[in-house]
Design a protein around this ligand. Structure first.
Ligand code: ADP
Ligand code: MG
Length: 389
């Protein structure tokens, strides 16, 4: 039953942006050893676009091992501490390296210990998530000291540095030219935009993957039909993190009610229960209600694209200029989606090990072709899918 409650979280869908991020992170890790200059890479995107999941996936491939020689920690992954100072950051890093004296000593002494422990543990990559906390949006203040400190750390230890966070985290790097100079072009994790055909098709492919994963355990409406896909899009704002949130809630509700089916009404309830507020959308019928009109008007799409942005950010945002791809009238869209869904191969693809070779050759990168998905493998309860054309 425990496994069933985690069915959504255990489903990994390597969509193009996720796959591209994974490939670049892996490349960075592989080449971190012995580079003349340390490498830096930033993973940037709105909240709930999958940044942390991409970091986690890379770290999972290179797990820590404790043996007779002590701790081997190839990737040191931490979150920016609640008190975003250098001292706080060193503390969480020391903790991750199991230093019993993580909170002892001056900043300098702690930094010295950190470098020694990192060398001893064979650390090749440092990942710092939620990096935007080093930038205070209210006061526009950056923790300058952090950028300086990070530069010295990576120069001394020659590790690859990965930072992930909201777009504002770029401001921290910009404060230190030398550190910024070490950084490659950032990885951007996008929010899917219904008005971009390739995004829309990929989003539908993702729904197909979740559908397949859930259909092993529950009867539920096909999520990747044109109508349901649009409801799911409006319920998530094109953010994979919101999609997983209401699907997870629907699964939990079904388990609690000893029920093996999830209906449209169940999705409506799950969505209602799992989304904090319908900020700015209170005058529109909820996306899974029978009353919801599944026609993508420009005004509705503009409002949906703000889901997940903080209220003040949403006000700041300039209205997005609607991009209307050819043939995106409601009828044209419906017809095309129906065709795509009809063409989707339902069969389960050959089981191939995940990521044993670059998937780029097989994964279509935001093309305008319809996508389908193939179940790749199930290891340790995790289901992985490959999206292909
Ligand atoms: N490619 C993916 N496949 C399946 N679930 C995903 C994927 N990317 C993100 N998620 C899920 O979406 C949620 C939010 O992702 P997260 O990585 O925390 O977003 P961010 O760090 O950008 O805020 C998590 O529950 C995560 O497991
Ligand atoms: Mg995150």
């Amino acid at each position: 039953m425990d496994k069933l409650k985690d069915v959504v979280d255990n489903t990994l869908v390597p969509h193009s942006a996720f796959q591209a991020a994974s490939t670049r992170l892996e490349q960075c890790f592989k080449n971190a050893d012995g580079t003349v200059e340390p490498i830096g890479l930033a993973v940037i995107g709105e909240s709930r676009t999958g940044k942390s999941r991409a970091l986690e996936e890379c770290a999972t491939k290179h797990p820590s091992i404790r043996n007779a020689d002590g701790l081997h920690l190839p990737i040191l992954r931490v979150k920016t501490p609640s008190k975003p100072t250098v001292k706080g950051l060193v503390e969480v890093m020391l903790r991750a390296l199991s230093d019993p004296k993580f909170d002892k000593g001056t900043e300098q002494a702690r930094t010295g210990r950190l470098e020694t422990l990192m060398r001893g543990a064979g650390t090749r990559m440092v990942m710092i998530d939620e990096f935007q906390h080093f930038y205070d949006k209210g006061s526009h203040k950056v923790m300058h000291h952090v950028a300086d400190w990070l530069k010295i750390l990576v120069d001394d230890t020659r590790v690859a540095l990965i930072v992930a966070g909201l777009p504002s985290c770029g401001a921290v790097l910009d404060q230190n030219e030398q550190l910024a100079g070490r950084f490659l072009a950032p990885i951007r994790m996008p929010r899917f935009d219904w008005q971009i055909a390739a995004h829309r098709e990929e989003f539908i492919g993702i729904l197909g993957a979740f559908q397949e994963s859930l259909a092993d355990h529950f009867n539920l409406p096909a999520l990747d039909t044109s109508e349901m896909a649009f409801r799911c899009y409006c319920g998530s704002g094109g953010l994979i993190g919101y999609l997983t949130r209401f699907l997870r809630q629907a699964v939990w509700n079904a388990i609690d009610e000893h029920c093996r089916s999830i209906t449209l009404e169940d999705l409506a309830r799950a969505h209602d229960e799992s989304v904090w507020s319908r900020n700015g959308l209170s005058d529109v019928a909820a996306p899974f209600s029978r009353k919801f009109v599944t026609l993508p008007s420009e005004e509705l799409l503009a409002r949906i694209s703000r889901i997940g942005t903080a209220a003040e950010e949403a006000n700041d945002l300039k209205p997005r200029r609607p991009r209307t791809p050819p043939g995106s009238s409601a009828r044209g869209l419906k017809t095309r989606l129906r065709q795509q869904v009809g063409r989707r191969q339902r069969g389960r693809g050959a089981l191939r090990p995940f990521c044993t070779r670059p998937l780029n050759s097989q994964v279509c990168r935001l093309s305008s072709e319809p996508r389908t998905h193939h179940r790749l493998q199930e290891t340790g309860g995790a289901v992985r899918f490959l999206l292909t054309c």
